[in-house]
Design a protein. Structure first.
Length: 144
């Protein structure tokens, strides 16, 4: 694999934390070219040397549409495009969003997220819970 781009928001520290955890896991697994992109920047030069993109974003119509469009665009260009998402509450469909549910599938961060996405017709490939950095846990000295 030439490389992986991890795309997330520059506004959410929690999403950036998940993106960083994914990047660390990929690097530990031997992927040398891992790039975090803090916006839905569609500049093709950012994706020339990657085979896969992983988008980490909340499923909120107010913020997610540019990230969904970028994920779809990369998929159409032959890149592997994964979309890892979470949601709070019900998904609100918006006018013209049929392509989201037709062309994309998602990785949910919980069974709750999976059920809410499926309620509105989204395809969910898997549930992968938020992980923890086990190195940080191992370094902690427990006192009883």
């Amino acid at each position: 694999m030439r490389g992986v781009a991890i795309i997330t928001s520059d506004r959410s520290v929690s999403l950036q934390r998940v993106a960083n955890d994914i990047a660390l896991t990929l690097k530990e697994g031997g992927v040398k070219n891992v790039r975090i992109i803090l916006s839905a920047n569609a500049d093709p030069r950012l994706y020339k040397d990657i085979d896969m993109a992983i988008t980490v974003m909340t499923f909120d119509p107010a913020w997610v549409i540019p990230y969904l469009f970028l994920a779809r665009s990369l998929k159409v260009k032959g890149k592997i495009s994964l979309f890892y998402t979470t949601i709070e509450g019900r998904v609100k469909r918006v006018h013209g969003d049929e392509w989201v549910y037709r062309d994309l599938s998602f990785i949910a961060n919980s069974n709750y997220t999976k059920s809410k996405l499926e309620e509105v017709g989204a395809k969910v490939d898997a549930v992968i819970y938020h992980g923890i950095n086990t190195a940080g846990i191992k370094a902690f000295n427990w006192k009883a």
